[in-house]
Design a protein. Structure first.
Length: 583
């Protein structure tokens, strides 16, 4: 059934039980038939070196064999970031709890030893904390040169100030971010929405949840899946509401949710949040993947307010006008037209969706014509639009994992542990699904959630950090063969925010153009390397245009490939680093 805007509005007026039925949206579609393989070699191979690298502590999140409440199923994110400014990516992995109170866990910070291994420095850094974390966003909110952490929870969110000496301090209350009542914080992102050089903070909320009042599996119509009693929600439970905090410039924030207009958008179950300029007007918008309800696109009005325009702009529903179970987001320029496109993951018996940007911030769903309709077997979570083989064409990646162990036991076609997926960009607007061809780290089955993308070993390709529920995280080392070139760009704001969040880099190479932005959340509840990575294919040099968050522009021509360039606002390239090449 296709929905017009009028029929969509009438649906919102209906009682939830009449609209929703069971708790998670899935269209029940069959996979499209697979065409003949391209036969092209894929020069990227992934190997999971997580345990060998020192990532041995499991991510605890609910009981592995039974889920009483939706709280136990959603999981959490992770981050690649350089907390000590030594030029090497460190790792933050969130971790939750069990309702029984056994096996309490903590978020973990791993310091990069620069030799392919990591050391757990959680206690030393002051980051030990138990509970039910959801998402992380990272950014230098006080512009002191060190990136800070904000983590959402079921309960109370927390802001950690990076002290610059390897430690962090909880400044939530001091910053004005501690709320009186607990809530289920979900996707969050730093964003300089008013372009004043200070990072503001957007916080989503998933559902209103209290285990004292929530129904048990099977008690309500929305507490079943394919006739099997499962945990309840999200549909049938009250949705949360978004928050926006303005940075006051003195270490504190002010709640501007109402005056900015974001508070008027209610009724959807918010998950991953991304701040980026989708309509190319130089001001950051906010897109929120929403579970089993219409997704939100908050369009920046350039006057301190936002207008929710997801339905009008074509990114609230899928191309057939149906709801989907939006979880993760990959943002990039897959078709090399200089505008940001959106890849969003969904539930099993449904396709992930690819939205193509028309350059003015309106989108068309191109899932089927792009070849993504061949995969409907798995529940998709963390996602990326990243060039995995450095051929100059951004690929799509997603992690997968089930949520109903009760269903997995009775219906083997819905397993909990499932593989990762690569959709290799063929360069003609189409993608080709790869699993085994991309290496053992892709084909291995896990129950995964968040993932982050970055070059942890500084060898010029994109590696992947993955959260696996109730087992240690995966660290997929990417070994790229062939002769493709690459370039990394690290930006340092001066008049703009120091992290350069919201800056856009447009690269021109070999007749191609590709846009990327610095974002402080993407994938699923996770944070990618702030160093922007371009695969260049055969091109050995690149021309760059940088649009800073405050609107300023810089152009830098004929940058040699296979290096990191560090660009300081107003000064151009201030340093270059040439990385080694594995093999």
């Amino acid at each position: 059934m296709k929905h017009t805007r009028r029929s969509f509005a009438s649906l919102l007026a209906l009682p939830a039980a009449r609209i929703w039925g069971q708790g998670i949206a899935s269209r029940g579609v069959k996979a499209a038939s697979r065409g003949k393989p391209s036969g092209l070699l894929f020069d990227s191979k992934f190997t999971d070196i997580g345990r060998a690298a020192g990532l041995r502590e499991p991510v605890i999140y609910g009981e592995a064999g039974h889920k009483t409440y939706i709280l136990e199923s959603v999981g959490c994110g992770a981050a690649f970031f350089d907390y000590d400014n030594d030029g090497w990516l460190d790792i933050l992995v969130l971790s939750g709890s069990r309702l029984s109170g056994t096996s309490p866990s903590t978020n973990r910070l791993y310091k990069n030893n620069r030799d392919g291994t990591f050391t757990d420095v959680t206690e030393k850094a002051g980051l030990h904390r138990t509970g039910w974390p959801s998402a992380v966003t990272i950014g230098d909110y006080n512009n002191d040169g060190f990136d800070d952490l904000f983590i959402t929870y079921w309960g109370h969110d927390v802001l950690y100030r990076n002290n610059g000496d390897g430690t962090f301090t909880d400044v939530t209350a001091k910053a004005g971010l501690l709320r009186d009542l607990p809530r289920w914080g979900s996707g969050c992102t730093f964003v300089d929405y008013d372009r004043n050089g200070l990072l503001d903070l957007f916080i989503g909320s998933y559902v209103e949840f209290d285990p004292k009042t929530a129904p048990l599996p099977g008690q309500e119509s929305y507490c079943n899946w394919n006739g099997i009693a499962v945990h309840c929600g999200p549909r049938g439970l009250p949705p949360g509401a978004p928050l926006l905090y303005r940075n006051n410039g003195d270490g504190t924030f002010t709640d501007v949710s109402v005056e900015s207009g974001v508070a008027t958008s209610k009724g959807s179950y918010m998950m991953t949040a991304v701040a980026a300029d989708f309509d190319n007007d130089g001001w950051p918008d906010i897109y929120v993947a929403c579970d089993s309800t219409p997704s939100f696109l908050f369009r920046n009005n350039r006057n301190g307010t936002f207008t929710e325009a997801g339905l009008i702009k074509g990114v609230a529903l899928n191309e057939d006008g149906n709801y989907q179970a939006g979880m993760g987001l990959g943002i990039g320029d897959y078709n090399l037209d200089g505008s940001l496109d959106i890849f969003k993951t969904h539930f099993s018996d449904d396709t992930s969706i690819l939205y193509r940007n028309d350059g003015r911030g309106s989108f068309d769903g191109v899932t089927e014509i792009a070849g993504l309709g061949v995969e409907t077997r798995f529940v998709g979570w963390g996602a990326g639009m990243v060039d995995l083989d450095n051929d100059g064409l951004p690929d799509l990646f997603m992690v997968t994992g089930g949520i109903f162990p009760e269903v997995a036991r009775q219906l083997p076609r819905y397993p909990m542990n499932t593989p990762r997926i690569v959709f290799r960009n063929l360069g003609n607007g189409r993608f080709e699904e790869l699993i085994d061809e991309a290496g053992p780290g892709i084909a291995a089955v896990h129950c995964s959630r968040g993932c982050a993308f970055g070059d942890f070993d500084n060898d010029g390709d994109i590696d992947i950090l993955i959260v696996n529920l109730n087992e240690p995280p995966s660290l997929l080392r990417n070994d790229v063969s062939g002769r493709n070139h690459w370039l990394k760009v690290k930006l340092i704001g001066v008049q703009s925010n120091r992290s350069a969040i919201g800056a856009r880099v447009t690269a021109r190479y070999a007749g191609r153009i590709q846009a990327q932005e610095v974002m402080s959340q993407a994938s699923f509840y996770s944070v990618n390397d702030f160093r922007i990575h371009f695969g260049l294919g055969a091109a050995d040099s690149v021309d760059l245009e940088v649009r800073w968050p405050n609107g300023g522009h810089e152009t830098i021509s004929k940058i040699a490939a296979n290096r990191l360039v560090i660009i300081r606002e107003g000064e151009g390239v201030v340093r270059t680093d040439e990385f080694r090449r594995r093999g």
